[in-house]
Design a protein around this ligand. Structure first.
Ligand code: CU
Ligand code: ZN
Length: 497
């Protein structure tokens, strides 16, 4: 029997910790990294990766592939950009637990945005995790328990405070999810019903998460002019509940808020200095993307005034709406912007997603350069023309912010996609190239790696990513995805955290 299943020879090894690259090889055996550096011995297969870098597999800390990993387990859009672990359940949205009250709300609401068809075959979080394993996705999956979903299960879309009974039931569902292996709890505080949830209620739920060593991650209540208040709320929840905090897709959005990251980042650093474990993530684009209906709800369409926006995916009127600027749709319909959006929502039964150009590049650069910022795509696995971040996020960081702009070293860029997220989310033996650790690995050419996806033509794989290995199996070979689907559900307990 050969000593190794596979040896990657003659690469430049970037271990994920931020340490400088070193020349060497990697030996893989039984799904684990068996040797790093000088690898002698024979192998069933060898690949010469001279001229390329070998890094840990990328962790996408902000994914919305909750339904996609079950329904479309090849998850080509993630695998082909080097993502070996997808973190789902973000922004308070997800598809478990799912009682009879939640099911129709999901089908009529965010089901489409998570890559589903509206159907949910499971009821509990544990059953959802089992369904992910049974689907054999190409990448590993870790999940937050989504607070919006918990509240829908217990209170529907009711405003106001929960009764003592409702609060107890929500805590029980969060506890149930943490027991099943969720890595923490997420919130989406601009969405219904997250927006109806007061800070105190979130602290109560986060205390349950803290008991298990999970983290609180949040699409905060305001990412515009009031972003500082919203960041403060997230920190307060972490401090009072006693758990780590992650601020999702950190930004200051809208012309009135440009530059506010100059205040939020030092504010976060100050919290860290007094012992709060708070980190952030970002997607490397100036355009956001979300549900058109949810964005419309913010000020009944006011969010679209004076903002360039594209309808990304629709159900019925593809020609008329899909991939088109809202201002052009409004001109065609001869309607003011707000009314045009209302008409699209009506024609499409509230299902479209939208892309909005609401950020300043200077803020994106500032956030991505922060030492405590990791990378999360926030990609929406919809039909139609999704935001290109679904396909291009990781490559774009390596191409634009590492190579072209030199905002960080390659080693640092890799750290933001590997050890930084893996440690924060307690993924155990992942995120670094270390002997004995899981063999989740990417091999790419740092000189040519490029994000090819565009707003107009988003379904394009990045260039330059040659090999991707998940749990020791090759899922991308010579730049082409294989049939292998070796991913598994990473349950918090199973990872020893
Ligand atoms: Cu999100
Ligand atoms: Zn979000």
């Amino acid at each position: 029997m050969p000593e190794y299943d596979l040896i990657l020879r003659n690469g430049s090894i970037i271990d994920g910790t931020g340490a400088p690259a070193v020349a060497g090889s990697i030996g893989i055996s039984g799904g684990s990294i068996a040797a790093v550096g000088d690898v002698s011995g024979d192998a069933t297969a060898e690949i010469d990766v001279a001229g390329m870098v070998i890094t840990p597999g990328f962790v996408d800390v902000h994914a919305h592939d909750d339904a996609a990993v079950v329904r479309d387990p090849r998850v080509d859009f993630k695998i082909m950009q080097g993502v070996t672990t997808d973190v789902v359940g973000n922004c308070g949205a997800g598809n478990a637990p799912a009682n009879d009250q939640f099911r129709p709300m999901y089908a009529a609401g965010f089901g489409a945005i998570l890559g589903g068809d509206g159907e949910i075959p499971w009821r509990t979080t544990a059953e959802y995790f089992d369904a992910v394993d049974a689907a054999r996705p190409a990448c590993n999956v870790a999940a937050y328990v989504p607070q919006g979903v918990i509240r829908m299960n217990v209170m529907g879309s009711e405003r106001g405070r929960p009764t003592d009974e409702q609060m107890a039931e929500m805590k029980r569902l969060v506890d149930d999810a943490m027991q099943a292996g969720a890595i923490g709890m997420s919130t989406g505080l601009i969405y219904v019903p997250g927006a109806y949830t007061e800070t105190g209620e979130l602290i109560e739920l986060a205390k349950v998460v803290a008991e298990y060593g999970g983290i609180y991650t949040s699409h905060i209540r305001n990412e515009g002019a009031d972003v500082m208040k919203a960041v403060a709320e997230a920190i307060e929840i972490g401090e009072k509940a006693g758990c780590g905090v992650q601020i999702s897709h950190h930004k200051s959005a809208g012309p009135g808020a440009y530059g506010l990251t100059k205040e939020t980042l030092p504010f976060l650093a100050a919290a860290r200095a007094r012992g709060v474990d708070v980190t952030i993530d970002v997607y490397p684009y100036i355009a956001s993307s979300s549900s058109l209906a949810a964005m419309y709800r913010v000020g009944r369409g006011a969010a679209f005034e004076g903002v360039e926006a594209i309808v990304a995916s629709v159900k019925y009127n593809k020609e008329k709406y899909e991939g088109r600027y809202i201002r052009d749709i409004a001109a065609d319909l001869d309607l003011p912007i707000k009314e045009a959006v209302a008409k699209v929502l009506q024609d499409e039964e509230n299902t479209p997603s939208v892309i909005m150009f609401v950020m300043d590049e200077a803020d994106v650069r500032r956030v991505i350069s922060d030492d405590h910022c990791m990378i999360g795509s926030d990609g929406l696995p919809t039909d139609g023309k999704p935001h290109p971040r679904l396909y291009g996020t990781m490559a774009r960081v390596l191409q634009t912010y590492v190579r072209d702009e030199g905002l960080m070293t390659l080693e640092e860029g890799v750290r933001k996609m590997t050890s930084l997220p893996a440690r924060k989310h307690r993924l155990g033996d992942r995120g670094e190239l270390r002997k004995g650790w899981a063999a989740d690995i990417v091999v790419f050419d740092p000189a040519t790696v490029a994000d090819i996806a565009t707003y107009d033509d988003p379904r394009q794989y990045p260039a330059g990513i040659q090999y991707v290995i998940v749990n020791g199996e090759v899922v991308v070979r010579d730049g082409t995805q294989t049939e292998a689907r070796p991913g598994k559900m990473l349950r918090r307990k199973a990872t020893g955290a």
